[in-house]
Design a protein around this ligand. Structure first.
Ligand code: GDP
Ligand code: MG
Length: 264
């Protein structure tokens, strides 16, 4: 690759797992499950919360943005609404992010994974300068994988599914990092339909056509674009509530990391 000098310092561990997904997809609950799984499986994890607005965190975080930035104070001080407050808090934290990375570097030999939760509203992290700065700071120092959490029951309609996949696709191209789709809430609805749609775009096109009123020419074309996108990722079904699929998830993270290290 282009960064030959950097390769020699680039270690295999810890792997950074950045958890993103639409609001309500279950990121925080999934994080909680991942943290429990690491404890049960003797996996050495480090936990980071980047959501300044979360009221109560169900898991213990080693690094918590709320220790550094007071979201409510930021809102008052800069006269901002909730989203502006979260964004500005993230910006303030991003200016100190080299310190965060060096804390992890010092502990690198004792860590397998760094699990990172992000703000509820996805675009605050994925379409902001600070989100990009934080992602880049991680990815230039450690192998970094994006875990894109999908609300499976709410993606059962083909058009909703497609919108969600296009968003995931945009994140893949924006970050250029390996991406794992975590089809969450499989305790409510199995993700088999998603696998079938991803496997065979004709099946998906048929589902879109059956979705009535919607003018589906665009959807038909987009499904071909997505077909290419699917080849670049791994997908697993999980339930943050029951704990189903945790092994599959970590296997997918490992396989993505191996691939990433090879092509680095
Ligand atoms: P976030 O906004 O992405 O962080 O989502 P949360 O973790 O706050 O979860 C949103 C809602 O989905 C909550 O009511 C959770 O209890 C629920 N939830 C999360 N994961 C699961 C799951 O695997 N199964 C079910 N049934 N509900 C879930
Ligand atoms: Mg959350």
């Amino acid at each position: 690759g282009s960064g030959q000098a950097a390769v020699s310092n680039f270690k295999r561990k810890p792997v950074i797992v950045i958890v993103v997904g639409m609001a309500g997809s279950g990121k925080t609950t999934f994080m909680h499950r991942l943290v429990s799984h690491t404890h049960e499986s003797n996996i050495r994890g480090y936990v980071m919360n980047l959501d300044p607005a979360v009221m109560t965190l169900p898991f213990g975080a080693n690094i918590d943005i709320r220790d550094t930035v007071r979201y409510k104070e930021v809102m008052k001080q800069f006269n901002l609404g909730p989203n502006g407050g979260i964004l500005t808090s993230l910006n303030l934290f991003a200016t100190k992010f080299d310190e965060v990375v060096s804390v992890i570097e010092k502990r690198a030999d004792q860590l397998d994974y760094v699990l990172v939760d992000t703000p509820g509203q996805i675009e605050i992290f994925t379409w902001s300068a600070s989100g990009a700065i934080i992602t880049e700071a991680f990815a230039s120092t450690f192998p970094t994988v994006i875990a894109y959490v999908v609300d499976t029951p709410r993606s059962a309609s083909p058009v909703t599914f497609m919108s969600n996949m296009l968003y995931a696709c945009s994140i893949l191209y924006k970050t250029r990092l390996p991406l794992v789709l975590a089809f969450n809430k499989i305790d409510v609805a199995q993700h088999q339909f998603a696998l079938e749609w991803m496997e065979d775009f004709e099946t998906f096109q048929a589902a879109v056509s059956a979705d009535s009123s919607y003018s589906s020419n665009l959807a038909q074309s987009l499904s071909l674009v997505l077909d290419e996108f699917y080849k670049n990722l791994r997908s697993v079904g999980v339930s943050a509530v029951t704990g189903a699929g945790m092994k599959d998830f970590f296997n997918a993270i490992e396989a993505s990391t191996d691939e990433y290290m090879e092509t680095y």
